[in-house]
Design a protein around this ligand. Structure first.
Ligand code: SF4
Ligand code: SF4
Length: 416
């Protein structure tokens, strides 16, 4: 599917002046067939999908506003802050007249099944298995922009990969790349939903592709039913506050106790509502070298994480998508996964977590030790309670002891 990026030379690709027509860019004419050549160039750079949308207000803006007004975005304050900028792509790039939208396939060739997952491990969403996709997509789009500028010297552009207040998914639909599935992902008949989106906003007035008006979910509800936390309020409406991806990546602070067991073994993100989608089953795997799985990310040893310094976390995860959760978030998630797996061999690592400098990590480790509830785990909780000063962590420890049938009162002499 994807082909290796070419060198940026464009020998033989300049068009003769006779092939110009009257579409404009700052008063200049654009080459005939430029749109097809842009998409072809994008495919040569490795993008599975490429299309063009007009620079108009996004159609799904009212849906987004409703979603934000209902509080379904959780603590993603930046979504509220950027709400106005999403009204029109000119807030991202004032000169914009067209948007080239691309999709980079990252579907893995193989998933680690629950049976294959080592005892001390957890699952990481497959989008994070390789190099940070922002960098990979951005690098390719920069090449595309350079190539386009060689064709049309007046061309100016701005690249957006998840970082700008742009509803990329909306423009991808408008550009004919797919439809919105009931799991809120953009779905493409050939590539399913395992692809990263990126956008090149340009001052060229390109001919837009026709949008895909039809939906191909039919009567299927597999994603809605499979979600471990029942995060879908309705088809296409996600309550982010319940979504494992949000909880393990975006959310700072403790994760609600009632959701912890449902997180299962997901230590960063969640793929369930994509894995069950029939359109993903037959999609071809991606072949982008920079997105190929790093073995240590497909099935990491979570107990080792509790021995790492901040610097070691940085060394392991800087340059990958995991770094967004930062050390404290990753250790919090690791503790929850180890608590869910209930393997006593994780107790020494969780005991270290109980003395971590971060209260969030200590609280999650306390909960996990309460789930495992061996003598060693309970004894560690008792001794930590004697010196823990953070009120929330104290509460976690007491609850963990109580859930294991051990009222903290038995350590009355040590408890404040
Ligand atoms: Fe549910 Fe996981 Fe999909 Fe979130 S990512 S909606 S938790 S299945
Ligand atoms: Fe649509 Fe079914 Fe895929 Fe959900 S699982 S997105 S309902 S096709």
């Amino acid at each position: 599917m994807s082909r290796k990026p070419e060198s940026s030379d464009n020998t033989g690709e300049q068009l003769a002046p006779a092939l110009m027509h009257d579409r404009q860019c700052s008063g200049s004419e654009l080459p005939v067939g430029l749109e097809e050549r842009i998409k072809e160039r994008a495919r040569r750079l490795g993008f599975a999908l490429a299309g063009i949308a007009a620079a108009v207000p996004p159609e799904s803006l009212p849906h987004l506003q409703n979603w934000l007004a209902q509080g379904l975005a959780g603590s993603m304050e930046y979504m509220h802050r950027q709400a106005e900028a999403r009204y029109h792509p000119r807030y991202v790039f004032p000169e914009v007249r067209s948007i080239v939208v691309v999709g980079l396939n990252y579907k893995p060739g193989h998933w680690v099944s629950q049976e294959e997952l080592p005892a001390m491990s957890g699952r990481i969403s497959s989008y994070a298995w390789g190099r940070d996709y922002h960098r990979v997509v951005r690098k390719k789009l920069r090449e595309l922009l350079r190539w386009l500028q060689a064709q049309v010297p007046e061309c100016r552009g701005r690249i957006a990969v998840d970082s700008a207040p742009l509803l990329e998914r909306d423009y991808a639909r408008q550009a004919g790349l797919g439809w919105f599935g009931k799991n809120t992902m953009l779905l493409n008949k050939r590539y399913g939903s395992f692809f990263f989106l990126g956008a090149l906003l340009t001052n060229l007035e390109l001919r837009p592709d026709p949008p895909l008006e039809s939906s191909h979910c039919g009567t299927c509800t597999a994603c809605l039913e499979a979600c471990p936390t029942q995060a879908f309020v309705a088809p296409k409406i996600l309550d982010a506050r319940r979504c494992i991806s949000y909880l393990t990546i975006e959310h700072r602070g403790p994760i609600a106790k009632e959701l912890r067991p449902q997180i299962g073994d997901w230590v960063f993100g969640c793929d369930v509502c994509q894995e069950v989608c029939p359109w993903n089953r037959k999609a071809p795997p991606g072949s982008e070298p920079e997105l190929q799985v790093r073995p240590e990310l497909a099935a990491p040893d979570l107990t080792a994480w509790f021995e790492w310094s901040e610097e070691q976390f940085r060394q392991h995860f800087a340059g990958t998508a995991l770094w967004r959760a930062r050390r404290d978030g990753l250790l919090r998630n690791a503790a929850i996964v180890l608590g869910n797996r209930k393997d006593p061999r994780a107790v020494p690592a969780l005991c270290r977590g109980l003395w971590d400098s971060s209260a969030v990590v200590r609280g999650a480790a306390a909960w996990a030790l309460g789930q495992i509830a061996t003598n060693e785990a309970l004894s560690a909780l008792h001794s930590r309670l004697a010196s823990e000063n953070d009120p929330e962590v104290r509460e976690e420890i007491k609850t963990a002891l109580a859930s294991a049938g051990q009222l903290p009162a038995i350590t009355a002499g040590m408890v404040r």
